[in-house]
Write a protein that binds this ligand. Structure first.
Ligand code: AN7
Length: 374
């Protein structure tokens, strides 16, 4: 039977609150199949581990990141309220998504981005979709304070993930995973910035198993970037730093929800270095065939580190008491590599990578064959 994917609100309507469903604004987000990666399974086998590894590649969403799943909920609810202008603070992806969905809804948008590097692709998207783009003399956390203040005092809707409608539709990523695997994976790893995504996944897994669609729930593993790891450090980071600019956040808004998700699921938080992130980034692009932005490589970096240190084996052994079959791991790669493509051109020491420039060649079959050593 013909079926056009109608976006996450309509596809999972039974799990979405009424006020979000009244006026659905969608760009067809979600509906993203897991990618099973034999290359990463092979990497784990080098540590003596047998597992099925699946990538939830959220870069396949309409604006190239997982933010679209939540944005359809936030913008739909604002539309139902008659809101005409929305605002958000963002390290880049939220702004791209907010701008796109606001435009589709016939609203205006303004986005507050921090001083310092925001990936070019993300800025281009916000501008292309007509957002008013303001770069604040401060970091992401400062931007969020301003955005909240504006929404409290002026007639403008806040579409950051502190808006509960975001999580209500973002949770659908868990539903899709369970629908594909037939149950929750054993371990689910995600990058953590403002900490909404890990909270939304956990909410989704709980709701779906409560509804009888899954027998189990996964353990949630959250990975922050070292230098920008407030939850791991147990305190706010005043000047967060990492090359993974998407998760350069020092005071996550959903800190408590994320901590609850990890505690309830029996999971963990840990930090990975920029170098570990870039190594994982390279493995994803050159072995798995999946091009992500740096923040999206953090969960693989974390999983490989845990595998190397024997922690993944310990987790499997423990989970084998309640689960059967081969362990299944899912990790979420949150954003597309094209958002921030320069990273493909540098090695892990941030030096220009060999072979990152095209080789000039004469316009002839023979010349090309020669260079390719055919
Ligand atoms: C690619 O766009 O916070 O822990 O303002 O863009 O739910 O914040 C982005 C976050 C991971 C972290 N990966 O997710 C923003 C913003 C990518 C991201 C995260 C972000 P949360």
């Amino acid at each position: 039977m013909a079926h056009i994917w109608r976006g996450v609100i309509n596809e999972y309507a039974g799990y979405i609150p009424e006020h979000i469903k009244k006026t659905v604004v969608t760009l067809g987000e979600g509906g993203i199949p897991l990618i099973r990666s034999s290359a990463i399974e092979h990497r784990l086998s080098n540590f003596g581990l047998q597992a099925e590894v699946y990538i939830k590649f959220e870069g396949r969403n309409p604006t190239g990141s997982f933010k679209d799943r939540g944005m359809t909920g936030a913008i739909s609810a604002e539309k139902a309220k008659g809101t005409s202008a929305v605002i958000c603070a963002s390290t880049g992806n939220t702004s791209a998504s907010a701008a796109a969905y606001a435009t589709a809804a016939g609203m205006t948008s303004a986005v507050l981005v921090p001083d310092g590097k925001i990936a070019t692709g993300k800025l281009a998207q916000a501008i292309a979709h007509g957002a008013k783009l303001l770069q604040v003399d401060g970091n992401f956390d400062d931007c969020l304070v301003i955005a909240r203040g504006l929404a409290e005092n002026y007639n403008v809707g806040l579409v950051n993930s502190v808006n509960p409608n975001r999580l209500q539709t973002q949770k659908t990523a868990s539903f899709e995973i369970v629908d594909e695997l037939g149950d929750a994976p054993w371990v689910h790893a995600v990058p953590v910035g403002n900490a909404a995504n890990i909270s939304a996944y956990w909410m989704g897994y709980k709701e779906y198993s409560d509804a009888g669609n899954a027998v189990n729930k996964p353990v949630m593993w959250g990975f922050q970037a070292k230098g920008s790891a407030p939850i791991v450090d147990g305190r706010r980071v005043e000047n967060p730093e990492t090359i993974a600019t998407a998760i350069r956040i020092g005071n996550p808004a959903s800190w408590n929800l994320a901590t609850a998700a990890v505690e309830e699921s029996g999971g963990l938080f840990d930090a990975v270095t920029d170098e570990e992130i870039l190594v994982a980034h390279r493995i994803l692009s050159s072995e798995a065939g999946v091009f992500v932005e740096p923040a999206s490589a953090a969960p693989l970096a974390g999983l490989l580190k845990k595998a190397e240190h024997g922690k993944l084996k310990m987790a499997f052994d423990e989970l084998a008491q309640i689960r059967t079959g081969i362990p299944k791991i899912v990790f979420t790669s949150t954003g597309h590599g094209l958002k921030d493509p320069d990273w493909a051109l540098y090695d892990v020491n941030l030096k220009p990578k060999e072979g990152s420039q095209p080789i000039k060649v004469k316009n002839s079959i023979e010349a090309v064959a020669n260079i390719l050593e055919l």
